[in-house]
Design a protein around this ligand. Structure first.
Ligand code: HEC
Length: 442
């Protein structure tokens, strides 16, 4: 915190002492000169076979026009409706083929779900630094302007790079303060989707304050969600409760056991490290427990194994200013007609002020787009969340938080392409559909 503050002061001094004639470089110029030039231009120069193959030239004279408001050359990306870089901010980020191509930390999703998108860039690696990625992400979120400063240049000081993990699954190192939940290895039969809940008493004699969740999973996971039971009707401890039996039919006792669960935390990526905003913590009462919900997909002809490791990092209550609460807004009353594209809309308003710092969505395979807008107040109608990927919806963080006052709320707009010959309704299994806003606020 101090370091960032100092940097701000120092850069302020530099800017204010320097003569005003030296114009500050625009964010685009910084991207061009500091990121594209050293990492991409060697290949993406007119006349090279790489430039011909990608139909993309990133030299200074043409790069902006080559990237912004332009269709991809890659046929699959084009068919998916992506642009290289659009100028609609948030929506454009999740529609950006440039972002897909450079977002190395998401490599697993990229290669598993988009085999036709070609290689991650820079071709042959290494990945851009986290700072460079964050700089480009911020620029796209700000509408990808050619002029003006829209990203803090100190972002580029983060020079660490993502590396594709090698070797076998490694459980997490236990947290310095907090607790660790490990589960597995457990079997996932060939050509089967295994989803279960497993209730773990935390054996915490006192209440705990969680500020960070860290998780890692063996390959093949679709999602991991932690739930709890505020009404106290907890399921049997330390027991695998599968949602479908080996013939694929719903196990009713499992469905019943999760009726009163409450979402605590979740992720759809294999390695996640999520820290709450400064001073915000999730409070878990004494003698609490968490229901670990793991969903693995194995379309291969061989039995596979799944495994999950989660760290709950805790702090002393004196460090906590705000208690985090969950947002779980689920539309359970809908019917999507067979063979049609349908867009559902549903609004929720709140009766007290909420500082929302996290949003995500949940839907199943027929969902093609999920949007969340603000309802009421000065930001009425603003799009704050966008996902085109039902399997890996983004977990969007808001800093500063979205402040909604009493009477204001959120509106979800979700589009489904029901390619089946039957109407789809709300349901737990992946042959049904869902429309849920997940999130957190204080
Ligand atoms: C070693 C050569 C090489 C380097 C370095 C390289 N690229 Fe590429 N790039 C290619 C090739 C070859 C293709 C076409 C095949 C593919 O998409 O995998 C391509 C394709 C692309 C595409 C897709 C274009 C389209 O419309 O289909 C984008 C975007 C891209 N590169 C961006 C970058 C960026 C940004 C960098 C630097 C961070 C970079 N590339 C570095 C060789 C390279």
């Amino acid at each position: 915190m101090h370091k960032i503050f100092l940097l701000v002061i120092v850069s302020f001094l530099i800017v204010s002492c320097g003569s005003t004639e030296i114009a500050e470089r625009s964010s685009w110029e910084i991207i061009q000169e500091e990121i594209l030039e050293p990492n991409c231009v060697a290949c993406h120069t007119a006349g090279t076979s790489f430039a011909n193959q990608s139909n993309l030239v990133l030299t200074k004279d043409v790069a902006y026009g080559q990237l912004v408001d332009r269709e991809p050359n890659n046929a699959a990306a084009k068919a998916d409706g992506l642009e290289l870089v659009g100028t609609k901010g948030l929506e454009s980020l999740y529609n950006s083929f440039l972002w897909e191509k450079i977002n190395y930390p998401d490599y697993e999703h990229y290669y598993a779900d988009h085999a036709e998108y070609g290689e991650l860039m820079p071709l042959g690696g290494p990945a851009l630094t986290y700072g460079e990625l964050e700089y480009i992400r911020t620029w796209i979120l700000s509408g990808a302007p050619e002029d003006g400063v829209v990203a803090e240049s100190n972002l580029l000081e983060d020079e660490d790079r993502f590396e594709i993990p090698t070797g076998d699954y490694q459980p997490l190192a236990p947290p310095a303060s907090g607790m660790q939940l490990n589960l597995g290895p457990f079997d996932i039969a060939a050509d089967f989707e295994r989803e279960f809940w497993y209730y773990r008493p935390l054996e915490n004699p006192e209440e705990i304050y969680v500020t960070r969740f860290e998780s890692t999973m063996r390959e093949g996971s679709h999602h991991l969600i932690l739930y709890d039971y505020p009404q106290g009707d907890t399921p049997d401890p330390e027991t695998f409760r599968d949602i479908r039996n080996e013939n694929g039919f719903l196990v009713y006792s499992t469905a019943q056991s999760i009726a009163n669960q409450r979402f605590v935390w979740g992720t759809q990526t294999r390695n996640t490290d999520y820290t709450f905003p400064d001073g915000v913590a999730l409070k878990l009462p004494a003698n609490h427990g968490l229901d670990i919900n793991s969903h693995y997909v194995n379309y291969s002809p061989d039995m596979k194994q799944g495994e999950v490791s989660v760290n709950l990092h805790t702090v002393d209550p004196s460090e906590v200013q705000h208690i985090a609460k969950n947002i779980f807004l689920s539309n359970t009353t809908f019917s999507l007609p067979a063979g049609k594209v349908t867009t559902l809309e549903r609004s929720w308003t709140f009766n007290e002020t909420r500082n929302i710092f996290l949003l995500s969505s949940h839907a199943h395979q027929y969902n093609t787009e999920f949007r969340i807008y603000i309802v009421g107040g000065p930001r009425d109608g603003e799009l704050v969340y966008f996902s085109k990927d039902w399997e890996h919806p983004p977990l969007l963080e808001y800093d500063p938080p979205i402040v909604l006052n009493a009477g204001e709320g959120l509106r979800a707009e979700a589009t489904y392409n029901n390619t089946t010959d039957r109407a789809l309704e709300f349901g737990l299994l992946s042959v049904n559909e869902m429309m849920i806003i997940f999130g957190a606020y204080w």
